[in-house]
Ligand binder design. Structure first.
Ligand SMILES: [Zn+2]
Length: 252
């Protein structure tokens, strides 16, 4: 029993954290996490130029807030550079998601320069970063080379039932669009708080209260990196099924 308990967990990954966002709900989430001692991953856009997001309420002391979150032990991940999509992958991206991308198709030099600019903004604001996930899940081989060049070796995306390492990068799989607990395995969720309404938040509170014990931190997820044969086989099957579902535009 212990084996299953120790190897089942969900990491909460929040996307699109930027100076302009739904602060009313973000503040509520912060209180909730502190109360239940939950450490999420926050994907921070260092230089947000996404017009959709720019229309949301602005926080003046944004970076001070990010420093505070980091002081709670929450993981601050780099979520792109400006969150503006400049290319279309036509399903040729690394995970075959398709759709628009901020990185896909660009030369290694361009991707390195973009990521360097991202890192500099975090550094300037005294935020230590070690992890990344791309807007819209879209990467190509150069994205991973560029990440390694700027010293980032952890990515919260990918298929599988366990965190795994590949070509020098540690991947924590992100399988579903909603909070879903599989009976076994370590994954990350994907939460877009900026699109939530009141009801969504209430459901999230219920989810947290019910599943508190299964919600894990980024550091715990990393300790579960498993490249064993079993996880490779499982990874193959989730990849197969998710690609199949996406063909029919299935979103859970
Ligand atoms: Zn995003």
């Amino acid at each position: 029993m212990n084996f299953f308990k120790e190897n089942t967990g969900l990491l909460l990954r929040f996307d699109d954290i930027a100076p302009n966002m739904n602060w009313e709900l973000m503040d509520k989430c912060e209180k909730l996490f502190l109360e239940f001692k939950i450490k999420p991953v926050l994907g921070v856009i260092p230089n947000n130029e996404d017009e959709k997001l720019l229309s949301l309420p602005h926080k003046k002391n944004f970076w001070e807030k990010v420093r505070q979150w980091q002081s709670y032990g929450w993981e601050i991940a780099i979520h792109g550079y400006n969150h503006r999509y400049v290319s279309i992958t036509k399903k040729n991206d690394y995970f075959s998601y398709g759709g628009k991308s901020e990185f896909f198709g660009y030369s290694l030099e361009d991707q390195i320069s973009k990521l360097k600019k991202s890192c500099e903004i975090f550094e300037k604001n005294n935020i230590k970063v070690r992890s990344f996930f791309a807007p819209n899940h879209t990467y190509d081989a150069n994205t991973f080379r560029a990440l390694k060049t700027v010293g980032i070796f952890k990515v919260i995306d990918g298929y599988g039932f366990f965190p795994y390492s590949e070509s020098g990068i540690n991947f924590i799989p992100q399988l579903f669009y909603k909070n879903v607990f599989l009976p076994f395995g370590i994954q990350s969720s994907q939460i877009h708080l900026n699109t939530w309404n009141k009801k969504d938040f209430e459901n999230f509170v219920k989810f947290i209260k019910k599943n508190r014990k299964k919600i894990i931190s980024f550091d715990y997820a990393l300790t579960k990196t498993n490249n064993g044969l079993r996880s490779l086989v499982l990874r193959f099957f989730t990849e197969y099924f998710l690609r199949f579902f996406r063909l029919f535009r299935f979103k859970s």
